[in-house]
Design a protein around this ligand. Structure first.
Ligand SMILES: NC(=O)C1=CN([C@@H]2O[C@H](COP(=O)(O)OP(=O)(O)OC[C@H]3O[C@@H](n4cnc5c(N)ncnc54)[C@H](OP(=O)(O)O)[C@@H]3O)[C@@H](O)[C@H]2O)C=CC1
Ligand SMILES: O=C(O)C1=N[C@H](C(=O)O)C[C@H](O)C1
Length: 256
């Protein structure tokens, strides 16, 4: 039977992409879609007021198995809490959480299955493995992370860039000072990881990790061609998550 999905942020770039992707699949269907501000139906799916989400989830009975959230940090915390109250699993793609908000999402995993990922593309999962390997294999190399996104992106640096920096710090414990851009007299310290965010046009998402040593440089780059890849990954995660025990899950488990 198809997994029932509730899409939050349904009027946003990703919410629309998730609804469109779901309409092309047999293993899931959109049972509910909500947005903060009123929007016309998306792909023929009516979009309800997000304020009604708790009631709608309760009324939906067993037709909603998994909530798929691409919205903003505040709303994501609110939506995940509503889903946890209703016993609905959560796939969270929203980025830009502060520590308190991230902890609130993680708390929900005490009562329902929760899978939060800063990037739902298979290519980024592979990039993360390559970056961990390179960081461990290239001691002493300078590391700089650069991301590029469309001009409408709210949070900077991207969630994916922060995930990559976490990975690098875990593999290279001496690198702990995150330097966000440089200006003026700014010679490089040995413990730095440079983190750079560019915003331009309609770029769906690019992440580059540069490792530079003496007379050789390694650059690892991922480019998303469109948002479709993120929507497909999020729906793969939702189908995989449905019916699992409460707990926090990782996107890499979906890809195994
Ligand atoms: N994990 C991944 O693979 C990916 C993650 N993302 C992340 O997904 C999120 C959404 O991205 P995108 O779709 O491009 O953003 P958009 O700005 O296009 O859409 C955001 C949506 O969230 C809603 N929203 C935002 N803030 C609030 C709030 N405070 N309360 C209620 N609703 C809110 C908006 O509602 P309204 O229409 O009312 O403004 C809108 O529907 C971002 O955090 C982005 O980084 C994006 C792509 C891939
Ligand atoms: O906002 C976006 O567009 C994206 N956000 C995610 C992030 O912050 O890493 C993932 C992807 O790069 C697109």
């Amino acid at each position: 039977m198809a997994v029932g999905i509730a899409v939050t942020g349904a009027g946003g770039r990703m919410g629309r992409e998730v609804i469109a992707a779901a309409s092309e699949r047999d293993d899931c269907e959109v049972a509910l879609a909500v947005n903060r501000t009123p929007v016309d139906p998306v792909e023929g799916v009516a979009v309800a007021d997000a304020d009604d989400l708790p009631r709608l989830l309760a009324d939906a009975g067993h037709t909603v198995d998994v909530l798929v959230d691409f919205s903003g940090p505040d709303s994501s915390v609110e939506y995940v809490a509503a889903a946890a109250d209703a016993g609905v699993a959560c796939v969270v793609g929203t980025t830009g959480f502060d520590a308190t908000q991230a902890a609130a999402i993680d708390d929900a995993a005490g009562s329902v299955p929760v899978l939060r990922a800063s990037n739902f593309s298979r290519g980024i999962a592979a990039l993360r493995r390559a970056v961990r390997e390179a960081a461990a294999s290239l001691p002493g190399y300078d590391v700089e992370v650069t991301e590029t996104h469309h001009d409408g992106k709210v949070d900077a640096p991207s969630g994916t860039a922060l995930t990559l920096v976490d990975d690098i710090e875990a593999a290279r414990p001496g690198l702990t000072e995150r330097v966000h851009g440089r200006e003026g007299d700014a010679p490089r310290d040995a413990g730095e990881i440079g983190v750079h965010a560019r915003r331009a046009g309609d770029v769906a998402g690019e992440h580059e990790v540069l490792f530079a040593g003496d007379e050789n440089v390694l650059e690892l780059t991922h480019r998303a061609g469109s948002r479709r890849v993120f929507a497909a990954g999020a729906l793969d995660a939702a189908v995989w998550l449905a019916g699992r025990d409460a707990g926090a899950y990782d996107f890499t488990e979906v890809l195994e």
